[in-house]
Design a protein around this ligand. Structure first.
Ligand SMILES: NC(=O)c1ccc[n+]([C@@H]2O[C@H](COP(=O)([O-])OP(=O)(O)OC[C@H]3O[C@@H](n4cnc5c(N)ncnc54)[C@H](O)[C@@H]3O)[C@@H](O)[C@H]2O)c1
Length: 312
C-alpha cells in the first residue's frame, strides 16, 4: 500500500500513517512528484487536484481531504475514475467559528487599526475612531451547517445578538434550541443585518452570493465577515463600499485571489479591513484532531472499510 502526503500536516496524522503503513511518502519528499505512478491513497489539505491529476493517476483509490471544503478537487473526474474522496467535516467548527467571532470584534472595535497606529507613533484623536457595539445587534448567518451554528451560538451567547439565518437546505427543525429567525429570501436579509457572516461552501449557486447589489442594500454600519471561501463575496464591490464608507468594515479569512492575499490587494490598504490568511482552522487542537482523522480515514478505506465521511 503506497500513501503520499501531498500537503504539510500536523504531525499526529503522519505519525499514525507511519506506524501502520510501510510505504508512506511524506510531504516535501523528492519522490512526491511521482505520486501519479503508484499512489493507492493520498492525503491533502488545500492542494488542487485537477481532472488531469485524476486522468494521470494509475492506481489511486482514495483521496483523504483534511477539512470540509472540497472545491479544490475535481470531483467529477474522481467520480468518473471510481476514486473515493472523503473529508473530515465538523472537526474544525469551533476554530472557524471562533475566528469569525474574533474578526467581528476586531473590526467592530478597530483593534488591529489601533494597534497599527499606536506602533507607528501616530496621534490618535479618539472621537475620530469610534467603534461599534455588538450587544443586541442583528447577525445574519448564511449557511446553517456545523460552523454556522457554532458561530451563531457565540454571537447569541456572548452578546445576545438577534440571529437571522438563511439556508434553503437546512431542515425545518435545524437550530431548534437556538432562538433565531429563518429567512427565506436573501433580499429580506441584506437591509436588516449589522453583521453578515458566511458559512456556505463555494458552489455555482453560492458564487458571489454577496454581490454588488447585496452590498448596496446593506446598512452603512454593517460588518461583513467571510471565513468561508473567496468567491462568495464580490471583492471589488466590497472594496468600493468599504472605501466610500458604505459599510463599517470587513473581516476576511477567505480571499478571491491568493491566501494570504498579495500585498497589492486594494482591500489591504483599507483601515477597516482585518485580514487573516485562511487561518480559520489553524489552531493546535483542530490541526491535531483533523490530521489524525484524515489519516485514520485513509488507512481505514484502503483496508476496505466504508469511509466515515464520503464526498464521492
Ligand atoms: N477559513 C477556514 O479555514 C475554513 C475551514 C473550514 C471550512 N471553511 C468553509 O466553511 C464552509 C462551511 O463549513 P461547515 O463545516 O459549516 O459545512 P457544512 O456542510 O456543515 O455547512 C454548510 C451549510 O451550507 C448550506 N448551504 C449550501 N448551499 C447553500 C446555499 N446556496 N445557500 C445557503 N446555504 C447553503 C448547507 O445546507 C449547509 O447547512 C466550508 O464549505 C468551507 O468553505 C473555512
Amino acid at each position: 500500500m503506497k500513501i503520499y502526503v501531498l500537503d504539510a500536516f500536523e504531525t499526529s496524522g503522519i505519525q499514525y500513517l507511519k506506524e501502520r503503513v510501510p510505504g508512506v511518502i511524506p510531504f516535501g519528499d523528492p519522490r512526491a512528484g511521482r505520486w501519479h505512478e503508484d499512489a493507492d491513497g493520498i492525503m491533502i489539505r488545500g492542494r488542487q487536484l485537477s481532472a488531469d491529476d485524476f486522468a494521470k493517476a494509475k492506481k489511486l483509490k482514495v483521496v483523504s481531504k483534511q477539512g470540509v471544503g472540497i472545491d479544490n478537487i475535481a470531483l467529477d473526474a474522481a467520480r468518473a475514475k471510481g476514486v473515493i474522496v472523503c473529508n473530515t467535516p465538523g472537526i474544525n467548527s469551533d476554530a472557524v467559528a471562533e475566528l469569525a467571532f474574533g474578526l467581528t470584534v476586531a473590526v467592530a472595535r478597530r483593534i488591529p487599526e489601533f494597534d497599527r497606529r499606536i506602533r507607528a507613533g501616530e496621534e490618535i484623536i479618539r472621537p475620530r475612531f469610534l467603534g461599534t457595539e455588538m450587544a443586541g445587534k442583528a447577525v445574519g448567518v448564511i449557511g446553517m451547517g456545523n460552523i454556522g451554528v457554532r458561530a451563531a451560538r457565540l454571537y447569541h451567547q456572548a452578546f445576545g445578538c438577534r440571529l437571522l439565518a438563511y439556508d434553503p437546505y437546512a431542515p425545518a427543525d435545524a437550530w431548534a434550541d437556538l432562538p433565531h429567525q429563518r429567512i427565506a429570501d436573501l433580499d429580506e436579509l441584506w437591509p436588516q443585518v449589522d453583521v453578515l457572516t458566511l458559512h456556505v461552501p463555494l458552489t455555482d449557486e453560492t458564487r458571489y452570493i454577496v454581490d454588488r447589489a447585496a452590498i448596496g442594500r446593506m446598512k452603512r454600519t454593517a460588518i461583513v465577515i467571510n471565513v468561508s471561501r473567496g468567491g462568495l463575496v464580490d471583492e471589488t464591490a466590497l472594496c468600493e463600499a468599504l472605501k466610500e464608507g458604505r459599510l463599517f468594515g470587513a473581516g476576511l479569512d477567505a480571499w478571491e485571489e491568493g491566501e494570504p492575499p498579495q500585498p497589492g490587494n486594494p482591500l489591504l490598504a483599507l483601515p477597516n479591513v482585518v485580514a487573516t490568511p485562511h487561518a480559520g482552522a489553524g489552531t493546535h487542537e483542530t490541526q491535531a484532531k483533523s490530521s489524525l482523522a484524515a489519516a485514520r480515514q485513509l488507512v481505514h478505506v484502503l483496508e476496505g472499510g466504508e469511509p466515515f465521511h464520503r464526498v464521492v
